[in-house]
Design a protein around this ligand. Structure first.
Ligand code: GLC
Length: 500
């Protein structure tokens, strides 16, 4: 009789699904599994494909830095370095009640944020998961959905008690809209969508002013909201994090997408010279650096799996850097490697593999779960493969999967460090050091992601890399958006740069 084991437990996935497993597996049973030696040989091959040396990282950082500078020079670059018209840092004393609508990569959130000053705030919110269909339907319909959810939220929360929306008849609440896709902005309450990212493809939106589209939906649903500002999650993260930790100089997202924002002197943004803003004023820049190395693919180490991810995406050639890093793609990269081994007859011989052969069937959350499996037998990995893909695995195979997840996750974190390092190096933050507010599912949930980013920064900069410290950011898309709306209202009331 072959040896058998039992393992059981439950785990909650980021999708909200609960995965319960109670499994019995056998290592040496009748199915023809790969040997330990074969798996170790394969692993060596993937190790060399997915490992990023310090030297290679430094080359990437140099090219990245040039790209950031070029984006400030002229309009229309692939990495667009968008001036956001958020002028300087918050004082920390912004106060008042604001609505925030956050259209991110995965969810729609509507929030009521009460800024209390002294870096304090309260937030009440509702969250709606976006379906894949909603990401492809007519653009105006998507904004209608946002407006409808906001209207329902307001109706549910109007009242006298704390945490409720206190609205007098005819009164409107100021609204910050967090729209986390690249938009070129002429003013803070305007934004022309350059291109959809993160798998969205809603027609009749690219090239249109999404602020105007959303205002139209707000009117349609008679929402008592006054549209003040359009921002992206990274700018929100930068501002919200600085509100509570003034050492923050960079805001980053490592989630469904990846991107960063920082504060730049107007003198260093030649492309907005004609706006007549004082040279020593400061404006937050939304880098949209997920687009780094798009189309040309000169600098990043793309494997054939990355190329397939790219070519089969709805936007081939675009978001080249993001496609190696972000949560939307890591699971798919891993799945493609597994499928190659299935095709080569190495894995799962004699088993039905159609479930794992479906594009995007392998969630990035599985990589985190695999890496954090605490059991010797790797019971979590048994659970994932049996429950989601009806596949039996041996311990040697599970060890291979865990090691592969680690390679892909580590490469993502080290590449993430390159983007941060490029901003640090461009801005000369290394000697004095700086704090980097970071948010997103990878940063918050992937075990060891932040440590690997820090290791990467040391590989790029040597010991001084320790001066750059990332930390879990404040909620940029809700609180940050509200602070930006407050700053914008105050700026306009003072009559400062009212044309933007
Ligand atoms: C994508 C978007 C960008 C956003 C990032 C993180 O890169 O284009 O606007 O900041 O994802 O959500």
């Amino acid at each position: 009789m072959p040896a058998s084991r039992r393992g059981s437990g439950t785990v909650t996935l980021p999708t909200g699904q609960t995965l319960a497993f109670h499994t019995r597996t056998q290592d040496e049973e009748d199915l023809p599994h790969a040997t330990k030696k074969t798996m170790a040989d394969h692993l060596r091959k993937y190790e060399s494909l997915f490992t990023l040396t310090p030297q290679r990282m430094r080359m990437i950082v140099d090219a990245f830095k040039d790209t950031l500078e070029a984006g400030l020079e002229k309009h229309g670059n692939t990495v667009p370095m968008i001036p956001t018209y958020v002028f300087g840092w918050p004082t920390g004393n912004e106060t008042g009640e604001y609505l925030a609508v956050d259209l991110g990569g995965t969810n729609l959130r509507v929030c009521l944020v009460t800024l209390q000053g002294a870096g304090r705030f309260e937030i009440t919110q509702s969250k709606y998961r976006l379906t894949e269909d909603q990401k492809q339907e007519e653009g105006q319909k998507l904004f209608d959905f946002c407006a409808e959810c906001l209207k329902t939220f307001i109706d549910q929360h109007v009242g006298e008690e704390p945490g409720m929306i206190n609205l007098k008849p005819g009164e409107k609440l100021p609204l910050g809209f967090t729209f986390s896709y690249p938009c070129s902005q002429n003013r803070i309450d305007h934004g022309e969508l350059i291109r959809w990212t993160k798998g969205f493809g809603n027609p009749n939106t690219e090239g249109h002013d999404v602020a105007e589209m959303f205002r139209k939906s707000l009117q349609k649903y008679d929402v008592p909201a006054d549209f003040i500002s359009l921002t992206c999650d990274t700018t929100g993260t930068l501002i919200a994090s600085h509100y509570v930790n003034p050492k923050t100089k960079i805001g980053c997202i490592f989630g469904t997408g990846c991107n960063a924002a920082y504060m730049e002197k107007v003198a260093n943004i030649p492309k907005i010279k004609e706006l007549n803003i004082k040279d020593d004023a400061e404006i937050a820049i939304n880098c949209e650096y997920g687009a780094f190395d798009s189309f040309e693919h000169e600098h990043l180490p793309r494997t054939k799996y990355d190329q397939i991810v790219d070519e089969t995406s709805n936007k081939p050639g675009e978001q080249a850097y993001e496609k190696l890093i972000s949560g939307r793609y890591l699971g798919e990269i891993m799945r493609l490697v597994i499928c190659e081994l299935i095709d080569d007859g190495v894995l799962f011989l004699g088993q039905e593999t159609y479930k794992i052969e479906k594009s995007y069937a392998f969630d990035t959350a599985f990589l985190s779960l695999m890496e954090s499996d605490p059991t010797d037998e790797l019971l979590m990995i048994i659970g994932i493969f049996t429950h989601f893909f009806a596949l039996e695995t041996t311990l040697a195979e599970r060890q291979f999967f865990r090691a592969l997840a680690k390679l892909i996750g580590r490469r993502a974190a080290r590449l993430s460090a390159c983007g941060i390092a490029a901003i640090v190096s461009k801005m000369g933050y290394l000697d004095e050091g700086c704090a980097v507010g970071a948010d997103g599912s990878l940063y918050n949930k992937y075990p060891g992601f932040a440590d690997r980013v820090h290791e990467g920064l040391i590989d790029v900069f040597g010991d001084k890399g320790r001066n750059i410290v990332t930390y879990h950011a404040e909620d940029g898309s809700g609180v940050g958006s509200a602070i930006i709306a407050a700053m914008t209202k105050a700026r306009k009331e003072k009559g400062l740069y009212t044309h933007v």
